[in-house]
Design a protein around this ligand. Structure first.
Ligand code: GDP
Ligand code: MG
Length: 163
């Protein structure tokens, strides 16, 4: 079976945008289950000759009543269970938030390989914003822009280095 990459992070950091950039039009064909439209969240891709499956955990529909932090925790738990590599997506405009730190703690304790992707680095000036993400403890953060499609190759290099 293909190794699994899972994208985790707060709502609106750009998980779905980056997911779509990575898979292009190669959605995996999988059966829908009640409550989970799997064809929107599971994709297939390949980089440096390495095929992998990718999950956008933000697209997993949880009960509307769940508070956001609980939802992110559940998505992170799922990623920890299912994934071989976790992409922890953050937002360069927002900086490191309290919920980023909480999720980072969960991911850190899992011992799984984690790549920190800092999205919304839309211009060179914003590259300085990625340094504070070193504090999350997962090594070099990768600056990306889902809007412009920049940094995606570097992100894929970092992902496939861990496969
Ligand atoms: P998700 O909730 O984490 O899946 O985030 P989405 O992919 O739905 O994106 C949330 C919002 O951020 C949308 O309005 C996107 O257009 C915007 N967005 C995504 N990537 C970028 C980016 O690189 N730069 C900027 N400025 N906005 C972005
Ligand atoms: Mg989304």
């Amino acid at each position: 079976a293909r190794p699994v990459v899972a994208i985790v992070g707060r709502p609106n950091v750009g998980k779905s945008t980056i997911f779509n950039r990575i898979i292009g039009d190669r959605l995996a064909i999988v059966e829908d289950k009640p409550g989970i439209t799997r064809d929107r969240i599971y994709g297939a891709s390949e980089w440096n000759g390495k095929p992998f499956s990718i999950i956008d955990t933000g697209g997993i529909e949880l009960d509307d009543e769940e508070p956001i932090l609980k939802s992110i925790r559940m998505q992170a738990e799922l990623a920890i269970e299912e994934a071989d590599v976790i992409v922890f997506m953050c937002d360069a405009k927002a900086g490191v938030t309290g919920s980023d730190e909480e999720v980072a703690g969960m991911l850190y304790r899992s011992g799984k390989p984690v790549v920190v992707a800092v999205n919304k680095v839309d211009n060179i000036g914003r590259m300085d914003n990625i340094y504070e993400f070193y504090n999350l403890g997962f090594g070099d953060p990768i600056g990306v822009s889902g809007s412009h499609g920049t940094g995606i190759g570097d992100l894929l290099d970092a992902i496939t280095d861990n496969l």
